[in-house]
Design a protein around this ligand. Structure first.
Ligand code: SF4
Ligand code: SF4
Length: 226
């Protein structure tokens, strides 16, 4: 006899949310090849990049990395496409370090501002700069996805670093009593967060939680909720 519970209304809801998220991400991920390939001929496509950046950063003030989990084209591409091509070795620990991440934030933002300032009145130039940034960082993200983990890039993405810092503590994942430590939730987590480590605390104190709800859908015991 198994201790698996029968599906509850809450579990059904979580599965529906997970399917909805999959559909949204499948649509969004198409923007990645469109921008990278199409941007070679039409630099204006690069303006998708600042739109997503502003969404992620502003959204961070309200619900941490929710935009990363639900509305980022690159995150969707890495999760849904590269998830099939990854060795799944795990995300190197140092990439999650916030000192490293803020240094990288400064370097990438500084490089972007410097490149933009070289021709500040030319809109096409701005599009080309955004396109170049997107292409380089997506290339790095794809290599890291194959070698380590699909969303390794998201562990230190500058936009995610900002969003997690300003709002990652808001409305954390709640962990009810009764956890069996099966770790199905951690296996489903796009960022491989150590959920079980927080079971005694009763809530996930990880600023990088994407609020994606995949852990809730994966738990057969209705332990997790927002
Ligand atoms: S929260 Fe649920 S899925 Fe995660 S380890 Fe506990 S019982 Fe398993
Ligand atoms: S802890 Fe749950 S909600 Fe947060 S990123 Fe992981 S799977 Fe998504």
């Amino acid at each position: 006899m198994t201790d698996r519970q029968l599906p509850t209304p809450a579990a059904d809801d979580a599965q529906q949310v997970s399917r909805l998220r999959a559909r949204i991400q499948t649509g969004l991920l198409l923007l990645v090849p469109v921008v990278i390939v199409g941007g070679w001929w039409c630099p204006y496509l690069g303006f998708v990049v600042p739109v997503v950046m502003v969404m992620g950063m502003v959204g961070g003030f309200f619900r941490g990395r929710w935009v990363c989990g639900w509305a980022c084209p690159r995150g969707s591409f890495l999760e849904r496409i590269m998830g099939h091509l990854s060795f799944h070795l795990g995300i190197p620990h140092f990439l999650r370090n916030y000192t490293f991440r803020w240094v990288l934030f400064g370097v990438l933002m500084g490089f972007m501002v410097w490149r933009l300032s070289l021709n500040p009145g030319n809109v096409e130039h701005w599009g080309r700069v955004f396109w170049l940034m997107c292409t380089i960082t997506s290339g790095i993200g794809i290599v890291l996805a194959v070698v380590f983990w699909p969303r390794t890039w998201c562990a230190f993405c500058p936009v995610g670093t900002f969003a997690g810092t300003v709002g990652g503590h808001k409305q954390p994942l709640q962990i009810e009593e009764g956890c069996r430590e099966c770790r199905a939730c951690e296996n489903a987590c796009p960022l491989a967060l150590p959920i079980v480590k927080y079971k005694d605390a009763g809530e996930l104190s990880e600023k990088d939680c994407l609020r994606c709800g995949e852990c809730i859908a994966a738990c057969q015991f209705d332990i997790l909720h927002f």
